[in-house]
Write a protein of this length. Structure first.
Length: 423
């Protein structure tokens, strides 16, 4: 259980960090201010500020986020009536605004805020030192920072560095970069898997006997042999071969073996195994591996493409009228599957990481508001209309999307709990 928890945290952390780094990198390249890059959620454990971005590590080691200036999840900063303390730089401009009781600014000027403009004209005004007879206004430096209530210091968000100030192409690429990074992660994971396994399965009828408890090895089958027929049924590839062997648990089975230019027939009795109450036969062989460097590298791309097609096909089946909550899995299902992957060692974890990464990319590209796909759809609509939707309409669309996702998440999580822990 402890190992499963550790693997779950690492896998989930890698997935989210890689995804969010895609948004982060292209936002930075587009001139969009990334106010915070967080690994984890909840209370802050560590924070450091560099080149305009505050990097934080938070208590809950699952999830993470990129907070871009002017994006819809960027919070309103300072409300009228808020007590703050101001720190001025050499130009008598405000360089730091402290709204937190957890952090004290030495030589800070106490003020009760009445109004601010931290986007266009850059000023803050209020009553200084409790004197409500005089309203005092200070100019704010373009790169000033705000210390928020939890003590996290982030940069203010002037309009010229906000998300909406970037070109449409840059915003579209920033939205797409998260799923794109997950596809890249899957490619890398599948490549590593090929190196860990020592090669890539060829998918042919060429086999390698397992070293121990192998019916095939006892029958004289050698590495590189081809099993061309089972009980008279031709087996042109690995899928045909496994299908025919699995049909004969504990039954004498005749196989045609080709070794070089020679052919011979042998009789074996596949061992009986069971899965989900169904019996199937095994003889202890694995796919013959292509161990070349090129095949291992290429497998990252071919495996990713193959799994993407499988997942898209499954998604199509769901949306075409065969939807079931059992087809979906939330954190509970991922944790349960992590346990199975962990038992298979590093190869199992790498395969699981690649699978989840492709899933995350595809799900995020679904054009539902609040997901990356929904944001990309709004970018496309803006490109067609040659102007963005109004902020009010976009907010309503996003809130509807969030509501759908929250309801779906609750339903999926409860269904997972029933599947794995109640039934």
């Amino acid at each position: 259980m402890i190992l499963t928890i550790i693997v779950f945290i690492i896998v989930f952390g890698i997935l989210v960090t890689v995804h969010e780094f895609g948004h982060f990198y292209f936002a930075k390249r587009s001139g969009i201010l990334v106010r915070e890059f967080s690994i984890g959620m909840g209370s802050k454990i560590f924070a450091t500020h560099k080149n305009g971005t505050t990097y934080t590590i938070r208590l809950l080691p699952v999830g993470g986020y990129v907070r871009m200036a002017g994006a819809q999840d960027d919070e309103e900063e300072i409300q009228p009536g808020t007590p703050v303390s101001l720190f001025l730089n050499g130009d008598e401009k405000v360089s730091r605004i402290n709204t937190s009781k957890k952090t004290a600014l030495f030589n800070g000027i106490p003020m009760q805020v009445t109004a601010t403009d931290l986007e266009d004209d850059l000023w803050i005004e209020g009553y200084e030192n409790g004197d409500e007879s005089t309203l005092k206004r200070y100019p704010v430096d373009h790169d000033a920072t705000i210390i928020e209530a939890d003590g996290t210091e982030i940069q203010i968000a002037p309009r010229d560095v906000q998300f909406q100030s970037a070109s449409l192409g840059h915003r579209l690429m920033t939205n797409f970069a998260g799923p794109m990074n997950n596809i890249i992660l899957a490619i890398v994971a599948f490549m590593l898997l090929a190196f860990v396994q020592g090669g890539v399965g060829t998918g042919s009828n060429q086999v390698t006997p397992t070293p121990t408890n192998s019916v095939a090895k006892e029958a004289g089958i050698k590495s590189g042999d081809r099993i061309t027929a089972v009980n008279g049924h031709k087996t042109a590839n690995w899928a045909d071969l496994t299908k025919q062997i699995q049909k004969n648990p504990d039954k004498k089975t005749t196989m045609t073996i080709q070794r070089g230019n020679q052919k011979k027939q042998i009789t074996v009795t596949p061992d009986k195994k069971t899965s989900n109450g169904k019996a199937y036969g095994v003889i202890g062989v694995t796919e013959h591996l292509d161990t070349s460097f090129g095949a291992k590298v290429l497998s990252g791309f071919t495996q990713t493409w193959s799994m993407t097609l499988q997942l898209l096909s499954a998604l199509w089946v769901m949306v075409s009228g065969h939807f079931s909550l059992n087809d979906l899995g939330g954190p509970v299902a991922i944790f349960a599957t992590t346990s199975q992957a962990t038992q298979m060692g590093l190869a199992g974890v790498l395969n699981f990481l690649a699978f989840l990464s492709i899933n995350l990319a595809i799900v995020n590209l679904i054009p539902i508001p609040a997901l990356d796909g929904g944001k990309i759809l709004l970018n496309i609509i803006e490109g067609i209309r040659r102007k963005p939707l109004s902020e009010k309409v976009e907010t309503i669309i996003t809130l509807v999307g969030v509501a759908i996702l929250v309801i779906l998440m609750v339903l999926v999580t409860w269904n997972d709990i029933e599947r794995y822990f109640i039934r």
